[in-house]
Design a protein around this ligand. Structure first.
Ligand SMILES: NC(=O)c1ccc[n+]([C@@H]2O[C@H](COP(=O)([O-])OP(=O)(O)OC[C@H]3O[C@@H](n4cnc5c(N)ncnc54)[C@H](OP(=O)(O)O)[C@@H]3O)[C@@H](O)[C@H]2O)c1
Length: 273
C-alpha cells in the first residue's frame, strides 16, 4: 500500500497499483494540470517501477512524441516465418502494450500486422480510453474485412499514397488519409506531421518490424521499446532491419532504460527526451 499526491484523493490517502495507474492516466488526460504522483520512501517495488516506466509518457510534452514497441525473441524475431506472433512475449508485456495504448493519442501499425493478426488495437487489459488507430497501407492492399475497419471501437485512419486514394474515401468505418508518395513509400516524418495536425501528438507504433525500422531509419522515433523474451525462434520475421554497417562501432548506442516484465526484459532506447 502506498500514499501519493493526487487531487482525486483525500490528504494522507493510501493507494495501490490500480489507483496509481488511474492517477497516471488522469495526469496524461488533464494536460499536466494535476500534480505528478509521488511515492513515499519504501513504496513497493512494483509501484515504483510502474511510476518510473510510465511517468515520462503521462506527463504531456509541448511537442509531438513517438514511441515504438516490438516484442522479440532472443534471436531478434517478432513472429514465425508464417507470421504467427501470439505470443512471443509474456502477459506482462501484453499489459505493458495496453498501458502504452491507453496513454497514447494514436496507435500505428503496418499493413502486414493487420493482414496477419487482424488486431483490435483497443485498450482491454487495463483501464483507459481507446486511442485512435492508424494503419499504413500505402498501396491500398487491405480489404475492409479486418476488425479495425469494421468494429467502430475508435476513430481509425488508413494512410495511403495520394495516388491510391481519394480525399474523403472510406474503408469500412475507417477514413482514408492520402499522403505524398516518397521514394520509399510514405515518409515517417510526413506521417507524424499529418497525425499531429489532427491533434494526435503522442504516437505509439506497435509494429511490425518493417514499420518500426522505417521510423527508426528516418530518425522519426523519440523512444524505441524492445521487449526481449527468453525464447529462441531460430527463424521468422525480423525485429529491426536497418541499412548495413561495416564495423560494430557504427551501431547505435542509445541511452537505455531497463525494466523486468515477468520473464521478459524491456529495453527502452531513448533518442529524445
Ligand atoms: N512481436 C511483436 O511485437 C509484433 C508486433 C506487430 C506485429 N508482429 C508480427 O509481425 C508481422 C508483421 O510485421 P512486418 O514487419 O512483416 O510488417 P508490418 O510492419 O506490420 O507492415 C509492413 C507493411 O506496411 C506497409 N508500410 C509500413 N511502413 C510503410 C511506409 N513508411 N511506407 C509505405 N508502406 C509502409 C508496407 O505495406 P506494403 O508492402 O503492402 O506496401 C509494408 O510492407 C506479423 O507476423 C505480426 O504478427 C509482431
Amino acid at each position: 500500500m502506498i500514499g501519493y499526491s493526487s487531487p482525486a484523493m483525500s490528504e494522507g490517502a493510501v493507494s495501490d497499483e490500480t489507483s496509481l495507474w488511474r492517477s497516471l492516466l488522469a495526469l496524461r488526460r488533464q494536460d499536466g494540470a494535476r500534480p505528478r504522483p509521488a511515492l513515499p520512501p519504501g513504496a513497493p517495488v512494483a509501484e515504483a517501477a510502474l511510476l518510473e516506466l510510465y511517468l515520462p509518457f503521462a506527463e504531456r510534452r509541448r511537442r509531438p512524441y513517438a514511441v515504438a514497441h516490438l516484442g522479440q525473441s532472443l534471436d531478434g524475431r517478432i513472429a514465425t516465418a508464417a507470421g504467427a506472433s501470439r505470443w512471443v512475449t509474456g502477459e506482462e508485456d501484453l499489459l505493458h502494450t495496453h498501458r502504452m495504448r491507453a496513454l497514447a493519442d494514436a496507435i500505428l501499425v503496418g499493413a502486414g500486422t493487420v493482414r496477419h493478426d487482424d488486431p483490435q488495437l483497443t485498450v482491454r487489459r487495463c483501464s483507459g480510453d481507446h486511442p485512435a488507430r492508424v494503419v499504413i497501407d500505402c498501396e491500398r492492399r487491405l480489404g475492409a474485412e479486418y476488425r479495425v475497419f469494421q468494429d467502430g471501437a475508435a476513430p481509425t485512419l488508413v494512410l495511403a499514397a495520394a495516388d491510391r486514394a481519394r480525399p474523403g474515401e472510406r474503408l469500412g468505418e475507417a477514413e482514408i488519409v492520402p499522403l505524398p508518395r516518397g521514394a520509399d513509400g510514405l515518409a515517417p516524418h510526413d506521417i507524424r506531421q499529418a497525425l499531429a495536425a489532427r491533434g494526435l501528438d503522442f504516437l505509439f507504433i506497435e509494429g511490425g518490424g518493417i514499420t518500426v525500422s522505417r521510423f527508426l531509419v528516418a530518425g522519426a522515433l523519440d523512444r524505441l521499446q524492445l521487449t526481449v523474451a527468453p525464447i529462441i525462434l531460430g527463424s521468422g520475421r525480423p525485429s529491426l532491419s536497418l541499412p548495413e554497417i561495416v564495423e560494430p562501432h557504427q551501431g547505435m548506442r542509445p541511452r537505455l532504460r531497463r525494466f523486468p516484465l515477468g520473464e521478459d526484459v524491456l529495453y527502452e532506447c531513448i533518442f529524445h527526451d
